[in-house]
Design a protein around this ligand. Structure first.
Ligand SMILES: [Fe+2]
Length: 401
């Protein structure tokens, strides 16, 4: 049997073991509890983050949908503008190939809706080789990152269409990346302008004829002078608009003679000083008559200076050299050449040779050397005044052009 001591030791060891077991059990229970608390905390945090994330996704989705709606809206607006634009619109890529054309382009090119305009994916420079006045391809200017703005016409079997082209280059990293081209049909406007021009030319002609009814000696003179001024202007490469003003001024350059008494206008032979002083009034009278007309060219001023001479010996102001308008200087040369080479009732024609001799001996003195040279070239190249039909004035048949 066990001694008392042994039993005590056994009891002590058992008690200690039990105590350790209880302590360990409590420890693990507490630890488990703590873990459980942590897990619950983490779960709450995860739930919270999950909720935040959900909210964020929902917000972002809503923003994206809003943006999509707005882009769609914008797309519809742009599509509506492009498809209903009264101007033709073409988009080019960097190789000048057409990547977009709106429906108006087909209308302008008279192409049926179900047909191909023949522009898509083509090089615009080849299908529409539009050149400027210097014979340079207009679309090539876009390569220099310059805008283009020009007019041209398309001829088909039974119609002529006038168009304007405006192009803006698209630039990416300082390089040409394509272009947007606006095309407008201006045929109606051009036709209206032509009608207006016709009416205007008729009015000018009537003004010219009115004088010629009074001045029997110079019938057709102004029109023939205008033929020569036009030829000289072409020879001198005078800009188109300036030439038009010169020609209009030439047709009516003597309109101021309307105030000169008809006895002086129709007097055969030389005029005395008093009569000549009346005649010398005609550039001033012409200027006063024409200055109130809103011409797009300086017609009144050209007429005013057409008897001025380079050395100041002309009239009415005695202007010298470059104080005289170029147009008036050209008109002066053509006026003298026509007057000398045409027949007058009080003298036969002096001939074109005499007329050319007159301007040649006075070139640099009365007339510009450059203009005399241009006139010489015109005459030598076979220029002839046109005398085409005859009309009757007060029962008298007179030659006119
Ligand atoms: Fe005159």
């Amino acid at each position: 049997m066990y001694s008392e001591n042994q039993i005590e030791i056994f009891v002590l060891i058992s008690s200690i073991s039990l105590a350790v077991f209880i302590l360990l059990t409590v420890y693990f229970i507490v630890r488990l509890k703590l873990k459980d608390i942590e897990l619950k905390k983490s779960k709450k945090q995860i739930e919270k983050h999950s909720n935040n994330l959900e909210n964020l996704v929902e917000k972002r989705t809503s923003q994206l949908m809003e943006k999509e709606r707005s882009y769609k809206n914008l797309y519809e607006i742009n599509k509506g503008i492009l498809e209903n634009s009264p101007a033709g619109i073409i988009r080019l890529d960097k190789n000048f190939h057409v990547t977009y054309e709106n429906p108006e382009i087909k209308r302008i090119l008279r192409v049926a809706k179900n047909e191909d305009s023949n522009l898509m994916n083509k090089d615009i420079r080849k299908v529409a080789p539009v050149k400027n006045s210097k014979k340079v391809g207009v679309f090539d200017q876009l390569l220099c990152l310059e805008e283009i703005d020009t007019e041209f016409s398309i001829k088909s079997e039974c119609s002529l269409t006038y168009l304007t082209i405006r192009g803006v280059p698209l630039i990416e990293e300082d390089e040409f990346a394509g272009a947007v081209i606006l095309v407008n049909d201006i045929t109606k406007r051009k036709k209206a302008e032509a009608e207006l021009n016709k009416a205007f030319e008729s009015a000018i002609k009537i003004l010219s004829d009115t004088l010629e009814i009074r001045d029997a000696y110079t019938v057709g003179h102004q029109m023939r002078v205008s033929q020569l001024t036009a030829a000289i202007a072409d020879e001198m490469d005078i800009p188109k608009k300036q030439k038009k003003g010169l020609v209009v001024a030439s047709i009516i350059h003597d309109v101021g003679k309307i105030k000169v008494p008809s006895e002086i206008l129709s007097k055969p032979g030389n005029l005395n000083d008093i009569e000549f002083s009346y005649l010398k009034e005609h550039p001033t009278v012409g200027y006063k008559l024409l200055k109130g007309v809103n011409f797009p060219w300086p017609v009144a001023k050209i007429v005013y200076q057409h008897h001025e001479r380079l050395d100041g010996s002309g009239y009415p102001k005695g202007l010298k050299k470059d104080k005289i308008m170029l147009e008036s200087q050209i008109l002066a040369v053509a006026d003298v050449v026509e007057a000398m080479s045409s027949h007058r009732p009080y003298r036969p024609s002096l001939g074109i040779e005499a007329a050319m001799h007159e301007i040649n001996i006075n070139k640099g003195k009365l007339y510009s050397k450059k203009i005399v040279k241009a006139c010489q070239n015109v005459i030598e190249s076979g220029f002839e005044f046109q005398e085409v039909d005859e009309i009757e004035f007060e029962g008298e048949t007179r030659v006119r052009i």
